[in-house]
Design a protein around this ligand. Structure first.
Ligand code: PNW
Length: 509
């Protein structure tokens, strides 16, 4: 109990580094949509997507450097992130953007190969330490709380040569890397996320076409997930035992959860939707956040049965030892959550091919409704009510954990007058407000993805999520605030949604 109250307060205090003078005490909660004064607003980026300087001052090669250099044809616009937004050279300028927005915190990620060029902790790149120290220092000078992600997909290439996340030894190397980060930045960074979206980098990277291009669905993706969960648990335990007291920090992990709604109200569709939720979100949430720990039952059963039917002597989904289940279970102080969109689920055919796949294992047909407004990303339609359902599902499944929304955002065409983005953010914040104040979901803060346009992985620079537009034709990669930057800064500074903004086209209930 003592611990609970302690962490509850601590993360609030940490995130609201600055108590804003403009925030009135909220007796207006009912008349106007305001968030409580302890609710924090921030924006996010990731090292590979913004830094550039890919081979500068001792930085090692990452799997995304290698992949985009070797396979430009696989990237939508054939571009890479050698230069990206040049943020490596723009610490002061970028922190000024944050300061103008008036956000409480900045979620950034640390590049493993910039800190450890070979992935291993016997060779620390001092320039990497210097760079992030400068960034953190500049944030603190501007009263912006740093929230650091240890791993946002840019694995050192040298570790991929050993099999990357499919090799169990990587959990030990991740612990070594985490130790270097905590030793160097633990005094100034109080909010840590071990991983960003294991589902995405394991599924797309080892089961699909993202770097490192494993294309081994239903097999290497499960190995990756298994080792990531072990690595997360190990780092959390080290943090808990050796660093929590001295650093007074907190640690979590970010998972992505698109809401999955049954295509119809039929029992079959409901069952399919539930299984799909477990395969997408439960895969990484159940072992950490559930009371019993370990993989979700439906996933365990389905993959075990399919492996058997395919003639494998053992399940393609590895088993945790009893000690590992215990180590991973409860390894969080809060839950990081990325949410962008919603899908529909109906049962699949039940057929499996001899070649395994994650899709066969889920056995669901995943679609989106034509009438849901489109964005500039094929996978992302605007469905604000899904956000509220998602939060309620988590509340019920995992005993209402403390949640930090670590990403929510949308891509639209280039241009500064981005009313569609303003609409998206406003509608999603209304849904979030309802989840908190009507449904009692325990959400501590909201992060917009992204501070500025950046290298959108396999989509190159073709999809823009930024509050700030980046001019990739200009010499100094000029950043210009969009209308959405003005909108979001108003929300961040007042804690309230403006009521003179009438163009709400989306249903949030
Ligand atoms: C995130 N989904 O990935 C990543 O964390 C960011 O690096 C990326 O730039 C951002 O999305 C925008 O694409 C996601 O299926 C992957 O709902 C999948 C989903 C959402 C976000």
């Amino acid at each position: 109990m003592y611990h609970y109250i302690y962490f509850h307060c601590l993360i609030h205090i940490i995130l609201i580094f600055r108590v804003q003078a403009t925030v009135k005490e909220r007796n207006e909660l009912d008349s106007k949509l305001c968030f409580h004064s302890s609710f924090a607003f921030g924006v996010a980026t990731a090292s590979f997507q913004i830094e550039g300087a890919w081979n500068v001052s001792g930085k090692g090669e990452s799997i995304w450097d290698r992949y985009t250099h070797e396979h430009p044809e696989r990237v939508f616009d054939h571009k890479n992130a050698d230069v990206a937004d040049g943020s490596y050279y723009k610490v002061k300028e970028d922190v000024q953007l944050l300061s103008q927005l008036g956000v409480n915190f900045y979620r950034f990620s640390i590049s493993w190969p910039r800190i450890l060029p070979d992935g291993l902790s016997n060779n620390v790149n001092e320039d990497g330490i210097r760079y992030y120290k400068e960034l953190i220092e500049e944030l603190r000078k501007n009263k912006i709380t740093p929230v650091a992600t240890m791993y946002h997909w840019d694995l050192p290439q040298s570790l991929q040569e050993l099999g990357g996340w499919t090799n169990p030894i990587i959990a030990d190397y991740f612990v070594d890397y985490a130790r270097v980060l905590l030793d160097n930045f633990g005094d100034t960074v109080k909010v840590w996320l071990t991983f960003n979206e294991p589902l995405t980098f394991c599924e797309n990277g080892y089961g699909g076409d993202d770097a490192p291009g494993g294309r081994s669905s239903g097999f290497e993706d499960y190995m990756c997930g298994h080792n990531v969960l072990r690595a997360h648990g190990m780092v959390y335990r080290m943090f808990d035992q050796k660093y929590r007291k001295i650093t007074k920090g907190v640690m979590g992990i970010t998972n992505v959860f698109p809401w999955i709604e049954p295509a119809t109200t039929s029992r079959e569709d409901q069952k399919a939707a539930d299984a799909a939720r477990q395969f997408m979100f439960g895969w990484y949430a159940n072992p950490i956040f559930s009371q019993q720990g370990d993989y979700p039952q439906v996933m365990r059963k389905a993959v075990d049965a399919n492996s058997k039917r395919q003639g494998f002597p053992r399940s393609r989904l590895p088993y945790f030892t009893a000690e590992e289940v215990e180590m991973i279970r409860g390894s969080f102080d809060f839950m990081g959550l990325n949410h962008y969109t919603t899908y529909l689920a109906a049962p699949g055919s039940g057929k499996i091919s001899t070649k395994p796949s994650y899709q066969d294992d889920i056995n669901a047909i995943i679609t989106q409704k034509d009438e849901w407004p489109k964005s500039n990303s094929t996978w992302l339609r605007v469905v604000p009510w899904g956000f509220r359902r998602c939060l309620n599902w988590i509340k019920n499944a995992y005993n209402n954990p403390k949640i930090l929304i670590t990403e929510n955002g949308v891509s639209f065409e280039a241009g500064l007058h981005d009313t569609k983005r303003v609409n998206y953010i406003d509608a999603y914040l209304r849904a979030l407000h309802a989840a908190i104040y009507k449904d009692g979901c325990h959400v501590l803060g909201y992060t917009y993805w992204s501070l500025m346009d950046n290298f959108e992985w396999m989509r190159g620079y073709s999809e823009r999520f930024g509050l700030y537009q980046v001019d990739y034709e200009s010499q100094n990669l000029t950043r210009t605030p969009r209308l959405s930057a003005k909108y979001f800064s108003n929300v961040a500074k007042t804690g309230c949604l403006p009521d003179d903004y009438t163009d709400y086209t989306y249903n949030t209930d």
